[in-house]
Write a protein that binds this ligand. Structure first.
Ligand code: MHF
Ligand SMILES: O=c1ccn([C@H]2C[C@H](O)[C@@H](COP(=O)(O)O)O2)c(=O)[nH]1
Length: 283
């Protein structure tokens, strides 16, 4: 939690104002942030200086794991987070590839589970990684990449957290996740939870011990309409100790994640937090 607050404070102290064309807003911005999450000791990196809707964060990531391309499917799991990008972004609404209400196009999990090859076949990147890790294999290329520049025009948004690389040292599993663009008040609150939970889940279904998760961010920003709340409210609060994440031990395979898992299979124990803060969201 300290590392999150340090990053927020660094943006407030040292950030540069950058005009963002897509949203029409200015962002206070720094380049490069490195965060580490201790999954081995289950120190769940949830924000405690405001209420965090952690179930929505896990639901969103489960939707990526399942390869969903529709905001309605994310809503059914418990995440409303794609409603605006699927249905309120004028550029995407005017895109002839958009298949109607709630369609997100070929983003995130679609690329992760069904990357298109020139011959018409698809590559299931996640299945390959799970198969290899389960057999104790790390081919130094256990990479799940959502970033497909050839298909940017087929999706509502380019992926922000776009690459997850797994590594095995003996029977300990590590994860390194890369993020090109980070809305620190809103997005990072979710992304921290997602990186942590992804490693915990992958360790569980491949029979490995979870090690550390490394989260590398390039452009970390606070939108102009979020700054006051961050600087004058959230950063004035003292964090509480990290809680623990409990995952249903019956989740044993990728198929379990694809079929029956719901948010009832996750629990956070000992979460103490300050009052909610409602940050503005930019489409
Ligand atoms: N500007 C922007 N920031 C983002 O973080 C973001 C995007 N766009 N577009 C794609 C996804 C969607 N994500 C989102 C979208 C909404 C919330 C959000 O509104 N969070 C609130 C309430 C959550 C709830 O009630 O479930 C929060 O207080 O955390 C968070 C992440 C992250 N991504
Ligand atoms: O997982 C996510 C998804 C999105 N974001 C944020 C980062 C930016 O503020 C916007 C995306 O805008 P771009 O113009 O495509 O960079 O969404 C996030 O923080 N985390």
């Amino acid at each position: 939690m300290r590392q999150y607050l340090d990053l927020c404070q660094r943006i407030v102290n040292e950030g540069c104002w950058i005009e963002n064309k897509r949203t029409g807003k200015r962002c206070l911005t720094v380049i490069n942030a490195d965060l580490t999450y201790d999954v081995a000791n289950n120190r769940f990196p949830i924000i405690t200086t405001r209420k965090s809707y952690w179930k929505a964060a896990i639901a969103e990531f489960l939707g990526y794991i399942r390869g969903y391309d529709n905001a309605a499917d994310f809503r059914k799991l418990g995440a409303k987070t794609w409603d605006a990008n699927a249905n309120e972004n004028q550029v995407w609404m005017n895109n002839p590839h958009r298949k109607g209400t709630d369609d997100m196009g070929r983003v995130y999990g679609v690329q992760g589970r069904a990357w298109r090859k020139p011959n018409g076949e698809t590559v299931d990147q996640l299945r390959k990684i799970v198969n290899n890790l389960s057999r104790g294999i790390d081919d130094r290329g256990e990479i799940l990449t959502f970033l497909n520049p050839g298909e940017f025009d087929l999706g509502c948004l380019r992926p922000c957290m776009y690459n997850h690389t797994f590594s095995l040292l003996g029977d300990t599993l590590y994860l390194t996740s890369y993020q090109r663009s980070c809305d620190v008040p809103l997005g990072l609150n979710f992304n921290q939870i997602q990186v942590f939970t992804f490693l915990a889940l992958m360790a569980q279904i491949t029979g490995k011990k979870a090690g550390q998760a490394y989260h590398k961010i390039v452009n970390a920003h606070i939108y102009e309409d979020q700054l006051e709340l961050m600087r004058d409210v959230q950063l004035k609060r003292e964090p509480f100790p990290s809680p623990k994440l409990e995952i249903n031990p019956d989740i044993k395979t990728l198929e379990d994640l694809e079929t029956w898992v719901t948010m009832d299979d996750f629990n956070v124990v000992g979460y103490q937090c300050h009052e909610p803060i409602k940050y503005p969201f930019s489409v």
